[in-house]
Write a protein that binds this ligand. Structure first.
Ligand code: DI6
Ligand code: FE
Length: 414
């Protein structure tokens, strides 16, 4: 896609701006009667409509007719790239076989690894595209993409190169993450520590050198990797200048979240079993809590993440789809947003902040994305709604009118 003309100015008028600017006290950071001025790929300013400077502005005028504008949505935890589906395993789970048992029998993640390894870079893009398009149609302008279904040097790199191709296609911003520590591959069965050696000594240095990922993730659970193994992965990542994050406290408490915080992590994800000490550490180090209600729902978990504890400790809360074929098989951030309200008790305002301002922080992009403020990238959405809560409440219908990515306007619906 062509980049937006760097000089061209756009005036977005007659909109209610849900800025999510923390400096604005109103719910949703609302600004009424303001003009959003875009130049090229950036938000140049947000000025009162009565400001004399507005008259002097020239450019393309977009009349929003009183509609709401939000920042572009950011899906900060996805496994977008994989082949096939695991509906047969889901059927088994519905019949009572636990997820961990399926994993122990060689199903689960390893099932998807076998399917995914058979594809090359271009084919991986092809199978991921329908999922990407579904997210974009809901207003996603930035997403994280994890590897983790390759589990060898060659196959993890192929997945990350496929993610790079998606980024280069230019319809969305991509934050690529190395998730080699997702499961122990069959070649290393019974030798998890040797596989961690491979991740630490070969994969991380190579991925850092080729700049194929920004961050390194690890799945810290008894069915995946122990805390000492994850710590080795996170330490190596930091040594190579990469950000860290983790799948932690989802099915048990391993204190992964507290350890991530001490590694200066971007985020700790899942967190159903998070305790107060680790929440406090996250607050101190600015580690974002990424809640993943889709996995909670599909696994029919009972233990909810401690939302009140996160609020009391002032830990920033983001949420994401966790799109993956096993535990969260749906390409819909809006569904995850709805689940977060209904299942976890977040407010619609927290949820919308959680896929904009806080999700941007969870991807190390808090300075560049996530709010409608001067200097940020011009990624925003125009909604045909009376109130922002409608975006979260009403499923199965799209009220998205325009999706703007880096200043390029895409008309979504009439
Ligand atoms: N994210 C993951 O990576 C695992 N659970 C989760 O919430 C499982 C992914 C899978 O089963 O393929
Ligand atoms: Fe995940």
């Amino acid at each position: 896609m062509n980049p937006a003309n760097p000089q061209r100015e756009q005036l977005w008028v007659n909109a209610r701006l849900a800025t999510f600017d923390p400096a604005i006290r109103a719910p949703y950071g609302e600004l009424k009667d303001h003009v959003l001025v875009v130049r090229g790929e950036r938000i140049e300013s947000v000025v009162p409509a009565t400001d004399p400077s507005v008259i002097r502005l020239s450019g393309e005028v977009h009349d929003c007719g009183g509609r709401w504008l939000t920042p572009g949505f950011i899906d900060c935890h996805t496994h977008l790239i994989y082949r096939g589906n695991r509906a047969a395993e889901w059927e088994m789970r519905l019949a009572g076989v636990p997820y961990a048992e399926i994993a122990r029998r060689g199903g689960g993640i390893l099932n998807t690894v076998r399917a995914t390894r058979a594809l090359g870079e271009a084919e991986l893009v092809t199978v991921a595209l329908p999922r990407l398009r579904a997210l974009e149609a809901e207003g996603v302008t930035c997403l994280e993409i994890k590897s983790g279904y390759g589990l060898s040097v060659e196959h993890e790199l192929t997945m990350l190169r496929a993610a790079r191709r998606i980024a280069q296609a230019g319809s969305v911003e991509v934050s690529p993450t190395l998730l080699a520590a997702h499961a122990v591959p069959p070649e290393f069965a019974g030798r998890a520590d040797d596989y961690v050696d491979l991740i630490v000594n070969e994969m991380i240095p190579l991925v850092a050198r080729e700049k194929l990922a920004e961050a390194v993730d690890a799945f810290c659970e008894p069915i995946a990797f122990t805390l000492p193994q994850c710590k080795r992965v996170w330490t190596a990542a930091r040594k190579h200048g990469m950000a860290v994050k983790g799948h932690v406290e989802q099915l048990s408490n391993s204190h992964g979240a507290g350890n991530l915080a001490h590694h200066g992590a971007w985020s700790a994800d899942h967190l159903e079993y998070l305790d107060a000490a680790d929440a406090a550490a996250m607050a101190v180090w600015g580690t974002v809590a990424v809640l993943l209600p889709g996995a909670f729902y599909f696994l029919r978990e009972q233990q909810k993440p401690p939302v009140d504890l996160l609020r009391a400790a002032s830990v920033p809360i983001a949420l994401a789809s966790d799109l993956n074929p096993g535990t969260s098989p749906f390409a819909s951030l809006r569904l995850a947003m709805n689940f977060a309200c209904v299942l976890f008790g977040l407010t619609p305002e927290e949820v919308l902040a959680g896929v904009t301002r806080e999700a941007a922080r969870a991807l190390g992009r808090g300075d560049r994305l996530g709010t409608l403020t001067h200097g940020k990238q011009a990624d925003f959405l125009v909604w045909n709604v009376q109130h922002p809560a409608e975006i979260v409440c009403e499923l199965g219908i799209s009220r998205l009118q325009w999706r703007v990515f880096r200043g390029r306007v895409e008309h979504v619906a009439d």
